[in-house]
Design a protein around this ligand. Structure first.
Ligand SMILES: Nc1nc2c(c(=O)[nH]1)N[C@H]1C(S)=C(S)[C@@H](COP(=O)(O)OP(=O)(O)OC[C@H]3O[C@@H](n4cnc5c(N)ncnc54)[C@H](O)[C@@H]3O)O[C@H]1N2
Ligand code: MOO
Ligand SMILES: [Mg+2]
Length: 421
């Protein structure tokens, strides 16, 4: 059976990012958080825009004050007061100073700022009590950034720091990748929506809710296709619709070896190429990954043909395979230039962890900060892949490699981070 690592490599190789020319939209900066920038940004402005003061104090000529001390204070005449947002009117001549405040424009003639605490005001004069460094507390025009250079490159995710940069660069509208459209449906005759009274043998379709939330959290736009019966015609219709409307298709259920598990054969009948049928992992062994032939350019509404993930129906298996494979694939698809690969790190395990050792095993639980160190706590209760009840507060999965049957309590374990940073 295919290893998890090989499956990941196949999937990430199949997924191609959205097209930065064709798959983009213009949005307002207020709506930019968590979006991915599709054109590089530069500014004509220098940062800082002007020479300005980093302190409340006095703008002086260094040559005048370089010998100043408590005992031999330099006396300067204060010629002007310069608050932030004001254009200085006078030039500071030898023997003169200007009162200045943080962020205010430096007056011509002055090259240094002496902070207020190192001065004493006497009427229209100021006494400089300490020798400053030359050019101290002056933020020079262009010192942080010179106009014309690249500020942000394509493929960066926008959060508060990048949005602040864009605002400072007066970029009130910007071009971002559109959100990937992800079609989602659940397959199974036993499934009903949460508002229905359960008849014998029925269960609630929880997967579609979970997958929609995961798709949204990963920056995608879910296209909900509902519950599809274990009926080849109904499944073919749903997949054929999704093929032309989505960048990615997620189904859950119907990918194992049962008589009603039709997904693979329908994909084949629609001309899809199946790249993965199962993976040596637990939970999540039955997993179908397929692609469709690229339609002719004239019939295309988007740059790529979609990738299909037939996730296993068991609720935990559907989530684990999403976290392990679909989430990185969505990040790559969405245009992120870097950081789409899954993130693993090592922590101490609070609990003993067990596996049968034959497949790479993912155990759900939570990372908790104990005395400043992250510790993995296995979720209490049954670890059957059909039990979703103890999934609440899961924020990491412990990974036991093939061949490892036990990790003792307090020993180190590798965990997969599943909440997006
Ligand atoms: N003979 C074998 N049987 C099974 C194997 C196997 O290797 N040989 N693998 C098992 C494993 S592992 C898994 S996982 C499941 C995967 O099954 P399917 O993907 O075909 O899914 P279904 O049979 O349709 O359903 C499985 C299970 O999950 C429940 N389910 C399905 N959809 C949903 C949903 N939307 N929300 C909540 N729960 C759902 C369904 O009722 C079943 O209980 O196959 C094993 N069998
Ligand atoms: O993958 Mo099944 O996921 O082991 O229950
Ligand atoms: Mg089945």
């Amino acid at each position: 059976m295919l290893s998890v690592g090989d499956a990941e490599a196949i999937i990430l190789n199949l997924v191609q990012p959205l097209d930065r020319e064709q798959d983009r939209e213009i949005i307002d900066l207020w709506a930019a958080d968590n979006r991915i920038i599709a054109t590089s940004v530069s500014s004509e402005l220098d940062f800082p825009y002007w020479d300005n003061s980093a302190m409340d104090g006095y703008a002086v000529r260094y040559a005048d004050v370089q010998e100043s001390s408590e005992l031999e204070a330099t006396v300067l005449e204060v010629i002007e007061e310069i608050p932030a947002g004001y254009q200085p009117q006078l030039t500071v001549q030898p023997g003169q100073a200007a009162r200045i405040f943080t962020g205010a424009v430096m007056p011509s003639g002055a090259d240094t700022v002496v902070m207020q605490e190192r001065t004493r005001r006497e009427g229209s004069n100021v006494l400089i009590l300490t020798a400053p460094q030359a050019e101290e507390f002056v933020r020079h025009k262009g010192a942080f950034y010179q106009g014309g250079q690249q500020l942000l490159s394509v493929g960066i995710k926008l959060n508060a720091p990048e949005i602040a940069v864009l605002a400072a660069a007066q970029c009130a509208k910007l071009s971002v990748y559109r959100r990937p459209r992800v079609a989602i449906f659940s397959s199974g005759d036993e499934l009903v929506t949460p508002d229905q009274i359960l008849q014998p043998g029925q269960i609630v379709d929880s997967n579609q809710y979970a997958l929609a939330a995961l798709v949204r959290a990963a920056g995608g736009e879910p296209l909900l296709l509902g519950i599809v019966k274990d009926d080849p015609d109904a499944l073919r219709e749903a997949i054929a619709y999704a093929m032309v409307h989505a960048d990615m298709i997620l189904s859950s259920g119907g990918v194992s070896v049962g008589d009603y598990d039709y997904i693979d054969q329908i994909l084949v009948s629609l001309g899809a190429e199946i790249h993965i049928r199962s993976v040596a992992m637990s939970p999540g062994k039955p997993l179908t990954v397929a692609t469709f032939p690229t339609p002719p350019v004239t019939e295309r509404s988007r740059s790529n043909s979609p990738i299909y993930f037939g996730l296993p129906g068991n609720p935990v298996s559907a989530l684990v395979t999403f976290w392990r494979f679909v989430q990185p694939a969505m990040r790559k698809l969405s245009g992120l230039a870097r950081g789409w690969e899954p993130v693993f790190f090592r922590v101490r395990s609070h609990d003993e962890l067990k596996s049968h050792g034959q497949r790479e095993t993912y155990i759900w639980g939570s990372l908790r900060l104990i005395d400043g160190v992250y510790e993995f706590h296995k979720a209490a209760g049954s670890h059957s892949s059909g039990n979703l009840i103890n999934l609440a507060e899961t924020n990491a999965l412990a990974v036991l490699p093939v061949g490892t049957t036990m990790i003792s309590a307090q020993a180190e374990v590798q965990v997969l981070q599943i909440t997006l940073g």
